[in-house]
Design a protein around this ligand. Structure first.
Ligand SMILES: C[S@@+](CC[C@H](N)C(=O)[O-])C[C@H]1O[C@@H](n2cnc3c(N)ncnc32)[C@H](O)[C@@H]1O
Length: 350
């Protein structure tokens, strides 16, 4: 009798019991998909918005969301076990991080409109990328990608909200960790709707900021910063960072920008930043930096695959690589500092 079913992979028939090697590294990843799926369904159904005004009983929450009684208790308790809800007696409430980041009404919400819709679809393309090395057809390079994003106001706004969701943790950490007391102005190059300058200005009343981005970003930036009461401390400058002068400021910030472009363009942008800064000015780059040994920050490596799917030439990189580009561009004293979760910043001085 063959020990394999035709068409199935061969079965390993001899093995020595190895002591207990836990299957958890494997099974945790299998369940990771379901954790994400439960979160996305909770967002779709409006769980966190429904609880934003206060706790509800299971029945009231179920009725509010239109969830069928049969799966309701397992669904709500799964959200408790995942740390997204709390249960006290018979009431459910948002856990602190859900109240802060999963309420769609908040300006710093992590619920990005296209992120949740696109990611499963893009992830389905990964095997193709690995076989062909080719990015998705819709973009030939970063310019095409942003031309598509900027094609209509809806997609710009959706993209900008996704960027806020991606960057809000870093924005808050940078507000805390960078020595802002020594500077008066910053310019965020590729600012999207302005989550980063907004968080920094909210924390440091002596600062003012410029957001620099393609012309289509203006409306979102002005609406977002006005909503936070910052209209008189920010300006928006429209331009193309490869061709137009970068704004004058003490600190120039590039957040999730360099990873859109091939290394030679990253160096070009850093050289342009060096020319624009005054002596003593600083450049601050934040990204989901890959650790220098390329073995720890899995999300940095995953995002790098996402970037390669999205744009030819796009990829994430290590702090050490960034230091080399900064030195080549004329900056001194580059240093890397961890921010929040998988994100870090690199800072250097002119
Ligand atoms: C990946 S987003 C990063 C947004 C934000 N810095 C953050 O970290 O969330 C890149 C930004 O660069 C802008 N951008 C792309 N190409 C540009 C160009 N040639 N000139 C100016 N801005 C550009 C995009 O419109 C977008 O807002």
């Amino acid at each position: 009798m063959p020990d394999t079913v035709p068409g199935s992979p061969p079965t390993r028939t001899t093995w020595s019991p190895p002591g207990m090697i836990s299957p958890r590294p494997v099974t945790d990843l299998i369940w990771a998909h379901w954790r994400t799926r439960v979160l996305l369904s909770a967002i779709d159904l409006g769980v966190f918005a429904a609880l934003s005004a206060g706790p509800l009983t299971a029945d009231a929450l179920r009725a509010r969301l239109g969830v069928h009684p049969r799966p309701a208790a397992d669904f709500f308790d799964a959200l408790v076990a995942l740390g997204l809800l709390e249960r006290h007696a018979d009431h459910y409430a948002n856990a602190p991080a859900s109240a802060e980041y999963l309420d769609p009404a908040l300006p710093h919400t992590c619920i990005g409109p296209s992120l949740s819709a696109q990611c499963p679809g893009m992830a389905d393309e990964l095997t193709r990328l690995l076989r062909t090395g080719e990015a998705l057809r819709r973009a030939r390079d970063g310019r095409d990608f942003y031309a598509a994003v900027c094609a209509d106001d809806r997609s710009v706004r959706a993209f900008q909200r996704d960027m806020t969701a991606l960057s809000i943790g870093s924005a808050r950490a940078i507000a805390e960790k960078f020595p802002w007391a020594g500077y008066r102005t910053l310019a965020d190059i590729g600012c999207a709707e302005g989550a980063l300058p907004a968080q920094i200005l909210l924390a440091h009343p002596h600062l003012s900021a410029t957001g620099f981005d393609l012309p289509a970003a203006r409306t979102g930036f002005e609406q977002y910063t006005a909503r936070l009461g910052l209209a008189d401390r920010v300006t928006f400058t429209a331009g193309d960072f490869f061709h137009d002068d970068l704004p004058a400021a003490d600190v120039l910030v590039f957040g999730h920008v360099l990873h859109n472009w091939p290394p030679e363009d990253r160096l070009r942008l850093l050289r342009r930043a060096h020319r624009a800064l005054p002596e003593g000015g600083a450049v601050l780059i934040y990204e989901t930096l890959i650790d220098d040994e390329r073995r720890d920050n899995a999300i940095g490596l995953l995002l790098s695959l996402v970037m390669q799917l999205e744009v030819p030439g796009g990829s994430d990189y290590t702090g050490a690589e960034c230091h080399r580009w900064l030195t080549a561009a004329g900056f001194t004293d580059p240093r890397t500092e961890h921010l929040d979760g998988p994100e870090s910043m690199v800072v250097a001085v002119k």
